[in-house]
Design a protein around this ligand. Structure first.
Ligand code: FEO
Ligand code: CA
Ligand code: CA
Ligand code: CA
Length: 617
């Protein structure tokens, strides 16, 4: 008989109760502590974090950013106690960032200095942090040469079909080869050759076009009235607008002394590759993987001599799931390369981008987004777009034309190392009024996780729905998977397999019916062990739902997001984003005393077993 690909991992902890505290909850026998919270100095150019919010923009450019999200651990010299943690910083909480933030602690007031706008931009992006396990505790290595920040202002290279195109010609980069900054870095990925991928999600909100929106701007949702944080407004008056802020106003006729920024937003919306091991390298925006609100970016199961495949969801209601297939074929020697970004050039600049169509019968089709792709009206994309760059610029608009399936907010993907099945969180979609097989619930408040297996051709896949989020006390029509108080969840978002075949599921902003009982959380399950009598993979239902166990609950107000694990599985890293009133101390489980108000700090939490053995087992 053919050996069955299934994990031997058995979860060794009891599912924990829901929790509603200003502290984290963990299973018995575990500890959780705070590592690298917002404002942690990476080098001595940054003053230590100040509880009154008075750190400067320069401090922030040399310290860990705000609102931690996706994350990856890169070992140094194959060590299990020494490595680089790459952390995304999705967005900011102005209340906490500034001394007189709009409403922190009852004080009202706005940013008063230009430096505070710079601080906001510098609090976005990515941190690379050297950490070492010393005396059984992970510690940030201040001043390590690898420590660095990528911010909303860092210069980055453009690669792939958009590089050197007229769409990217700006005052800053007249040949269209570079862009400034990365914004709203939510989910993440990594590559088989040892680089980090950070994903630009809700970047449209940072730009404004007060004139007529172009097709792509309209499709992606760039505003014609204002930006999220008003950086463009705070750039000064029309005669002396500062280039570093005025660039967020992409109005073609903007009347300002420093020029026209019409193409600035075109440098955003990509997967960005970072080589954490080379502190002198620039980040590279990999435009071949499409331009949209990328939530994550996950490579598929590798096979020598086959293309390298990446999956990425577009997180917005009724948006799509995408797959990129490289032209270059996988060579195992590239896993050990020291020319990491050149290897990125090899696999990530030339390939085919596809969008998913989920058919009614569990069969799926990947629809290519190329000039000769057929549209649902019997034309080709070439009738609507002149070049591949034009398709990339308006990826979602091209996907509309070929008939992709509108999904309930695609978030993270992850691949089962035993079966190769790909799992995707569909976080929720309260606006759904018409169902399709892959998104079968009207007003989907609780979300679900879908999975698929690739077929023999690049264009085929088969799929099923693994689990539906739900409150435990909902009727069977809503609680399709039979969840209980011990594993009820809503709004699945972060999603990651570790190499033992354990799937970690994180939640963001669970619906009220679940949040009445528990804050956002992280659950675990070993999907490849769920088999029927013919050894076919099963979905979760009332009979086997107990396999899904709650492992961790975050503090009040937060979402739990970002997953990393050391190669020996003894340390798990998860991020707490936008907590209300936490952390009170280095002990992540210590509850902030009632009546005490702390300036909230997003942070990584390290979860370890007290006996030092593998987490989860
Ligand atoms: Fe930033 Fe889609 O969560
Ligand atoms: Ca978030
Ligand atoms: Ca997310
Ligand atoms: Ca989310």
């Amino acid at each position: 008989p053919t050996p069955v690909n299934k994990s031997s991992a058995v979860l060794g902890f009891e599912s924990i109760a829901g929790s509603k505290l200003d502290g984290v909850a963990i299973p018995a026998g575990y500890s959780a502590y705070v590592l690298a919270p917002w404002g942690t100095p990476l080098n001595t150019k940054a003053a230590p974090w100040k509880a009154d919010g008075s750190n400067t923009a320069e401090d922030q450019a040399n310290a860990v950013g705000m609102h931690h999200d996706g994350m990856h651990f890169f070992p140094l010299n194959d060590a299990k106690d020494d490595g680089l943690l790459c952390i995304n910083h999705e967005y900011i909480d102005q209340d906490a960032l500034h001394p007189n933030g709009p409403s922190f602690d009852g004080i009202t007031g706005l940013r008063t200095e230009i430096d505070e706008i710079r601080k906001e931009i510098n609090a976005h992006g990515v941190s690379v942090v050297r950490i070492k396990l010393i005396d059984n505790r992970w510690q940030v290595q201040t001043n390590d040469k690898h420590n660095r920040r990528f911010t909303g202002a860092s210069v980055m290279d453009i690669a792939g079909p958009m590089a050197y195109s007229s769409y990217l010609e700006t005052r800053y980069s007249p040949d269209g080869s570079q862009a400034r900054g990365t914004l709203n870095n939510c989910g993440n990925g990594s590559t088989p050759w040892g680089t980090y991928l950070t994903c630009e999600e809700n970047w449209p909100g940072y730009f404004v076009n007060k004139g007529a929106l172009s097709n792509d701007q309209q499709r992606i949702g760039i505003s014609s009235s204002s930006t999220r944080y008003g950086w463009d407004e705070l750039a000064g008056n029309n005669d002396e607008r500062l280039d570093e802020f005025a660039r967020f106003d992409v109005t073609p006729t903007a009347s300002n002394a420093s020029g026209d920024y019409r193409n600035e937003a075109n440098g955003h919306g990509y997967i960005v590759e970072i080589d954490p091991y080379n502190p002198n390298s620039r980040a590279v925006k990999r435009t071949a993987l499409g331009r949209f609100r990328h939530e994550g970016c996950t490579f598929g199961k590798l096979a020598v001599g086959k293309p390298v495949v990446f999956y990425s969801g577009h997180d917005s209601r009724f948006e799509y799931l995408y797959k990129y297939v490289s032209n270059a074929l996988w060579d195992e020697a590239d896993a050990k390369t020291s020319n990491r970004l050149s290897t990125g050039d090899k696999y990530m600049n030339d390939g085919t981008l596809y969008v998913a169509k989920f058919s009614e019968d569990g069969v799926g089709e990947w629809l290519p987004l190329t000039l000769d792709s057929l549209t649902t009206e019997g034309k080709t994309l070439g009738d609507s777009f002149d070049t591949l760059a034009a398709i990339i610029l308006n990826t979602a608009g091209a996907a509309d034309l070929v008939g992709a399936t509108p999904m309930d907010r695609p978030e993270w993907c992850t691949v089962d190392p035993f079966t190769g099945s790909v799992y995707l969180t569909l976080t929720n979609n309260s606006k759904r009024t018409e169902t399709n097989a892959a998104n079968p619930r009207l007003k989907n408040n609780f979300g679900h996780i879908i999975r698929w297996d690739e077929g023999d051709k690049d264009t085929e896949f088969s799929w099923d729905i693994f689990v539906f989020g739900s409150p435990a006390d909902a009727d069977a029509q809503t609680n399709v998977s039979g969840l209980t108080d011990l594993n009820q969840f809503a709004s699945p978002d972060g999603l990651a397999f570790d190499n033992r075949g354990i799937l970690w599921v994180q939640t963001d902003n669970g619906a009220d019916e679940v949040e009445d009982d528990t804050n956002d959380q992280m659950l675990a399950i070993v999907p490849s062990r769920l088999r029927d009598s013919s050894d076919k993979q099963q979905v979760l239902n009332a009979d086997n739902q107990a396999e899904l166990k709650r492992f961790f609950v975050g503090p009040n107000g937060c979402e739990v997001t970002g997953f990393a694990i050391t190669p020996d599985y003894t340390s798990v890293f998860a991020n707490i984003q936008h907590p209300d009133n936490w952390p009170y101390s280095d002990n992540a489980a210590e509850v902030t005393p009632a009546g005490t108000s702390v300036r909230p700090r997003a942070a990584t939490v390290v979860i370890r077993k007290l006996d030092g053995t593998e987490v989860g087992l």
